[in-house]
Design a binder for this molecule. Structure first.
Ligand SMILES: [Zn+2]
Length: 65
């Protein structure tokens, strides 16, 4: 049985195929090993959420302190 290392976005579930991201197809003849990461689109989304979190936290801390 062949092995395949698949890089998969843990947000939208797309897999990396070379430089592109696409929906996963069944890998019936392969032993698939997943490496979870973010595709570029979801990475942007996650970074923006971190930015918002970073902006909220200091003022929340000032209120609390
Ligand atoms: Zn994604």
């Amino acid at each position: 049985m062949r092995q395949a290392l698949i890089v998969k976005c843990c947000e939208c579930g797309q897999i990396r195929a070379g430089t592109r991201w696409q929906q996963e197809r069944k890998q019936a003849d392969r032993l698939v090993i997943y490496s979870h990461t973010y595709c570029p689109a979801c990475l942007q989304k996650v970074l923006q959420e971190f930015d918002q979190f970073g902006q909220i936290t200091p003022s929340e801390m000032r209120k609390a302190g």
